[in-house]
Design a protein around this ligand. Structure first.
Ligand SMILES: [Zn+2]
Length: 467
């Protein structure tokens, strides 16, 4: 049955079934009816597919086990290519973000079986090591965190007895956000005085998963001298571009390590944010080059300059000199179902990276060009001006006067921001918010525009208060 037909039939079928039975319906369809959630590979299917690809590749793809989860599932890596630069790709570190493994399996299959000149060039020029699904336990129950209750942590690390749980431990889900569990000090072992920590601190390497990825990274570094690049595949919300209001179809990023003129990471002399931006640009170009569509929805992922998350895998590896790229796909599981177009888009982005690694053209890119990709978030006043313009053309205001007065306010804020007069920026942004409140009371502005502009004004106030 084709997918479109399923989309029409499923909501009806689900309703019918609910009328006929009192047993809960699970795994039949995602809530928005996108498609059946069980189109994503189960753990068993993932393992089966990996070995099948290995078998079909006549020795080109090599599958290995890199460790075991707390629930004793084996975690797999696949390696292909003989190039002297290594790219490490990680998927599904968050258990509810399942398209990464799908994209990686497609890519591995092509790398293992195709003899096109492009694929041969990639196999000869790059060594690719992919961990399609790192958080195997979380993925089983479609949960962001792994499964590692704090009592078990205490048993595994008796030296932490008496500590509060790490800040990225979820009491509710009994596990960790693995993508906050990394530390740029790759020999780090958790000590009592470092916990519970904050988002601005490195993580503690508490989880099996972060530790096995660290091991793999260190092994590759020993073998190649350097891990050239690292890619991490995620899902996010479903935002719209600031300027056009079009849906973001994939967002890409370089590591969030705070303002680049800060001295916080001075001792990490290998950090090269511009290299990460070149790789991120290569990914964005790949999405467009390998697609039949124009792909206008390729965006920069949320990254105001003060964003600083050293405990993310990509940040810790970047501090060790690896260029790192984040892919964020719209929608998370189970709400957002299997989306073949999205999976292809991510695979295309990966080809954008590996083809440029293979022909050594990645270093010719200009990292600053990455910053020209469209945004869907606010980091400065001009982003808000763009939003007001777009909302005006979309008819989110009643009359020109409302638009005009908001624009005048933003002009003033922009002036004070340029002069770095933080107090005045804060004061005038507060009065911009009062104006929004007034417009809402008078029904001159839509709920959507009001909510977004108020949130973004709050962000600017926070930013300039800290200035
Ligand atoms: Zn994620």
């Amino acid at each position: 049955m084709d997918k479109n037909l399923w989309q029409k039939v499923l909501p009806f079928a689900a309703t019918l079934l609910m009328l006929l039975t009192i047993s809960p319906l699970t795994g039949l369809a995602s809530q928005d009816g996108e498609s059946a959630d069980d189109s994503f590979m189960s753990y068993e299917e993932l393992v089966e597919n990996l070995y099948q690809i290995e078998a079909e590749s006549s020795g080109k793809v090599e599958v290995s086990v890199i460790g075991q989860s707390r629930q004793e599932r084996e975690v797999y890596a696949a390696r292909v290519g003989t190039g002297d630069e290594v790219l490490l790709i990680n998927g599904n570190i968050h258990g509810n973000e399942k398209s990464g493994p799908e994209a990686l399996m497609q890519m591995l299959r092509t790398l293992g079986t195709s003899d096109s000149s492009l694929v041969q060039e990639v196999r000869e020029g790059v060594t690719i090591v992919a961990v399609p699904r790192l958080n195997v336990d979380g993925a089983e129950i479609t949960q962001r965190q792994n499964i590692f209750p704090w009592d078990d942590v205490m048993a595994a690390y008796p030296n932490l007895e008496g500590s509060e749980p790490a800040w990225y431990y979820s009491e509710r889900n009994g596990g960790f956000d693995i993508n906050r569990d990394f530390n740029p000090d790759l020999s780090y072992e958790p000590v009592l005085e470092d916990l519970p920590g904050t988002g601005a601190d490195p993580g503690f390497f508490l989880t099996n998963e972060s530790r096995m990825l660290r091991e793999l990274y260190l092994d590759l570094r020993a073998e190649f001298g350097k891990v050239e690049a690292f890619v991490d595949l995620h899902h996010m919300g479903t935002p719209e571009l600031n300027e056009t209001g079009e849906d973001v179809t994939v967002a890409i990023d370089y590591p969030p390590l705070g303002p680049e003129d800060s001295s916080k990471y001075d001792e990490w002399s290998e950090l090269d944010q511009d290299a990460s931006r070149r790789y991120a640009l290569a990914a964005a170009l790949g999405v467009k080059e390998f697609s039949d569509n124009e792909e206008p929805g390729v965006a920069r992922y949320l990254h105001p300059e003060e964003r600083d998350l050293p405990g993310q895998a990509r940040s810790s590896f970047a501090l060790n000199g690896t260029a790192t790229v984040l892919f964020e796909m719209p929608g998370q599981q189970p709400e957002y179902g299997y989306d073949q177009e999205l999976i292809d888009r991510v695979e295309n982005g990966l080809w954008g990276i590996v083809t440029r690694m293979a022909n050594n053209s990645i270093d010719n890119l200009n990292g600053n060009d990455f910053l020209k990709l469209p945004k869907y978030w606010t980091s400065n006043v001009s982003d808000m001006e763009t939003l007001v313009e777009r909302f005006a053309t979309e008819g989110e205001f009643e009359g020109d006067k409302a638009v005009h007065s908001l624009t005048m306010h933003l002009n003033a804020i922009s002036h004070y921001a340029q002069e770095k007069e933080a107090d005045k920026v804060v004061k005038h942004t507060h009065s911009f918010k009062s104006l929004l409140d007034h417009q809402k009371e008078e029904e001159l502005i839509s709920e959507k525009a009001y909510d977004r502009l108020t949130d973004d004004a709050d962000y600017l106030i926070g930013k300039w208060q800290a200035y």
